[in-house]
Each structure stands twice: as structure tokens, then as C-alpha cells.
Design a protein around this ligand. Structure first.
Ligand code: AMP
Ligand code: ZN
Length: 114
């Protein structure tokens, strides 16, 4: 999508602090971190949210989850612990309408999921 900020990051038109990349996905540091480690994992192909997961090829769907695990390993939080989360829609305050998974860790996280 031309004007989607995460598509623009995936195309390299907007700089990002890349943590991991493969043919399917890109992971980069969140610009407004909510934890010592806060990385966003996106599919390079635009879909708006998890509701549209089926529009992605199966290998891309799998790559998203595997990338989260790889981000945890690369940032050194695989053993200390981390959380993945994807905000979907208005009640979750999704602010970027391109599917993304947050990887959060590097310190004790709030137990609240809401
Ligand atoms: P959400 O609120 O779940 O839609 O998450 C969107 C996330 O994208 C927020 O945590 C923002 O801080 C982050 N974000 C927005 N623009 C950028 C950017 N240019 N680079 C990195 N992260 C961004
Ligand atoms: Zn997009």
C-alpha cells in the first residue's frame, strides 16, 4: 500500500532500526518502546490485521511466528522471558493498519493483558 507507514518501512523508504529480516518478514525496533526490548514484526506483504491472516501465503504466516522467536534470541531475551502481542481493531487501539506483532521483554512486564 502506497501510504501505509509499515509498507514504506518494508520498502526502505522510511528508515528503521532493523533487528531481523527474511524474504517474508521484517522486524524493527518500535519507535516508542514500552519495554527495554520492544520490536515490531511485520509481514512484507500488506494485510491490515490478524483478521486478514488468510490473505498471506502459509509460509509467511509461519515466518511471522518464527521471526518473533528469532527476535527474542537475537535481542537476548529468549531465556529471561518475553511477550508477543498483536493489537487488532478499535478496542485494542490498533494504530497502524498493517499487521504487526509486538515482541516485548528485557525487564519484568506488567501482568495485565488489558
Ligand atoms: P499498534 O498501536 O499496536 O498499532 O502499534 C503500532 C506501533 O508502531 C506503535 O507501538 C508505534 O510506536 C510503532 N511505530 C509507529 N511508527 C513507527 C516507526 N516509524 N518506526 C517504528 N515503530 C513505529
Ligand atoms: Zn502496509
Amino acid at each position: 500500500m502506497d501510504d501505509c507507514i509499515f509498507c514504506r518501512i518494508a520498502r526502505g523508504e522510511i528508515p528503521s532500526a532493523k533487528v531481523y529480516e527474511d524474504e517474508h518478514v521484517l522486524a524493527f525496533k518500535d519507535i516508542n518502546p514500552l519495554a527495554p526490548v520492544h520490536v515490531v514484526v511485520i509481514p512484507k506483504q500488506h494485510v491490515a490485521s490478524l483478521n486478514e491472516l488468510d490473505a498471506l501465503p502459509a509460509d509467511t504466516q509461519l515466518a511471522l511466528l518464527r521471526a518473533c522467536r528469532e527476535v527474542a534470541r537475537l535481542t537476548g531475551i529468549a531465556d529471561s522471558g518475553y511477550r508477543i502481542a498483536s493489537n487488532c481493531g478499535a478496542d485494542a487501539s490498533q494504530s497502524v493498519q498493517h499487521l504487526h506483532i509486538h515482541v516485548l521483554g528485557g525487564g519484568k512486564l506488567s501482568v495485565s493483558m488489558a
